[in-house]
Ligand binder design. Structure first.
Ligand code: NAP
Length: 500
């Protein structure tokens, strides 16, 4: 795609996306005719109006998933693998459309959207490759008097709920392993960014996904529509990516049916820069960890912890790079940072910065909203933060880098771990032993050493503490959608004489 995109191209793409609910292979309006509007965060203007599911639509989607479950579970692994592989190829062939659609509904620059298409599509390929590798074991019991057969089977109909910040990848990271394992799904995308999911669903149908295996129910009544599903015994699994606050509530609701849950929740990632770090590498890493996706990522560096001896130089270089980052509509060729997704998200960023400054923080660069249409905020670097600043405890979800100075490795680890979150941490050091010590001491599900990005479809993504339960991607991802079944078998040699 050329970098200059006309309004006609944008309109044609948006018009081509299905606007209904997908239930049992049919696109249909909401039962009550209800709709929800989708906006372009760079202008605030209406982009599209789509169907908004009712609780009855949600139950129809679950009934469809339940009806399709048995035959999907029995389908040949190779057949499921080939459908996922085909889906990977179709998403890749339509990469420009997926990228533009994400930029239009979510705001990120096209370069970030294209990177997400590559990352998101890869989950379809990776799990197509895992489909044929699900296996079990047969063994002799220790006393020799029984045989133990252990097999895997799909957990069953699964509810997938995703956030707005990675509209494609958060979906494929769940749909890929669910379908590979033989589970049918009901998928509820975020209300702010449902168009990418609707295009993905259309692509999955083209790839050969049978009716009822994937059902999609965008809705502006998330709790009212998903609540009855979570309480219905036909549902066997809930996989959620979103805020810790909502995740906590869904875990409680899932207790009623003792549902299997996977939770990918919020983060408060520390990024540690030691006195022996390659400073340019650390600045590059911080740019990526902080400004990729406009800072609207669960993996975004939320606190930059820098050794006192390099803090001044690191801050100078980082602020210089931040101030050169062009803010604008994501479709424009020079844009490095798009708008935040909506006014609430921008208000939260503004509130956190204002409170930090009132408490004594210093703005090195940025520090303000950008007036005009759209929800833009300046890339911002803060120093001299009060130790109890809310911005160090809360997920910022915007392009703001608070820098905190430390003196010793122990202090850095203590600061890094002083949060209820535990998704990811980044550390920059040239000392191998220190890197390994940190990988063991940082209390997170993932650690990046001398890198500002860890996401990789072949690696297990996920957090500890209040950042979640379970893993997506890697060899572990498919396990979230599999149950273990054990079959006890009587000794087949019982009664025979010892020489048989
Ligand atoms: P959110 O408000 O928790 O929403 C996430 C999803 O849950 C949306 O689809 C939302 O629907 C739905 N939802 C909201 N309330 C619900 C309820 N009562 N019952 C059922 N569903 C409900 O989070 P967000 O603002 O979209 O996303 C940002 C958060 O996601 C951040 O905390 C970020 O760290 C986290 N995140 C985590 C990961 C990870 O892998 N750990 C990855 C990406 C994002 P509506 O859109 O209709 O509100």
């Amino acid at each position: 795609m050329t970098e200059t995109i006309s309004q006609d191209q944008e309109r044609q793409l948006v018009d081509s996306v299905p606007k209904g609910l997908l239930i049992r292979g049919q696109w249909r309006p909401a039962g009550d005719g209800g709709t929800v509007d989708v906006h372009d965060p760079s202008t605030g203007e209406l982009l599209a109006t789509i169907a908004s599911a009712t609780p009855e639509d949600g139950m129809a989607a679950l009934a469809a998933a339940d009806a399709a479950q048995a035959s999907w579970a029995r389908s040949a692994p190779r057949a499921r693998a080939e459908i996922l592989r085909k889906a990977f190829e179709l998403v890749t062939a339509r990469a420009d459309d997926f990228a533009l659609l994400m930029t239009l509904e979510m705001g990120k620059p096209l370069a970030d959207s294209r990177a997400e298409v590559a990352y998101g599509a890869e989950f379809l390929r990776w799990f197509s490759e895992q489909t044929n590798r699900v296996s079990g074991r047969y063994s002799v019991a220790p006393d020799g008097a029984a045989r133990l057969l252990v097999t895997k089977r799909p957990v069953g109909p699964s509810l997938l709920i995703t956030p707005w910040n990675f509209p494609l990848a958060m979906g494929t990271r769940k749909i890929g392993p669910a379908l590979a394992a033989g589970c049918t799904v009901v998928f509820k995308p975020a209300t702010l960014t449902p168009l990418t999911t609707l295009l993905l669903a259309q692509t999955l149908i083209e790839a050969g996904v049978p009716d009822g295996v994937v059902n999609v129910i965008p809705t502006r009544h998330a709790g009212a529509v998903t609540g009855p599903l979570i309480r219905d015994p036909r549902l066997r699994k809930l996989s959620f990516t979103g805020s810790t606050e909502v995740g906590r509530r869904l875990i409680a609701d899932s207790a009623e049916q003792v549902l299997r849950v996977s939770m990918e929740l919020g983060g408060n990632a520390p990024l540690l820069v030691f006195e022996d770090a390659d400073l340019e590498q650390a600045v590059d890493g911080a740019m990526l960890a902080k400004l990729r996706n406009g800072g609207e990522a669960c993996t975004a560096a939320n606190r930059l912890l820098v050794h006192r001896s390099v803090a001044e130089e690191f801050t100078r270089r980082l602020a210089e790079r931040f101030s050169r980052h062009t803010v604008g509509r994501g479709t424009l060729p020079d844009t490095k940072i798009g708008p935040l997704v909506d006014d609430d998200t921008r208000d939260k960023v503004e509130r956190l910065v204002t409170a930090a400054v009132a408490g004594g923080a210093r703005v090195v660069t940025g520090g303000a909203k950008i007036p005009g249409p759209g929800y833009f905020y300046q890339p911002t670097v803060l120093t001299d933060l009060p130790a109890d600043a809310e911005i160090l405890r809360e997920e910022i979800f915007g392009p703001v880098a608070p820098i905190v100075v430390f003196d010793t490795e122990d202090e850095a680890v203590r600061l890094a771990n002083s949060t209820e979150y535990g998704l990811v941490a980044y550390a920059f050091t040239k000392d191998l032993n220190r890197g390994l010590r940190l990988a063991e001491r940082l209390d997170t599900g993932m650690v990046g050493i001398n890198t500002g990005i860890v996401s990789n479809p072949a690696a297990p993504f996920g957090g500890v503490k209040q950042s979640g339960i379970g893993r997506e991607g890697g060899l572990e991802g498919i396990e979230e959608y599999l149950e273990t079944r054990y079959v006890g078998i009587a000794d087949p040699f019982a009664g025979l004489d010892k020489d048989s």
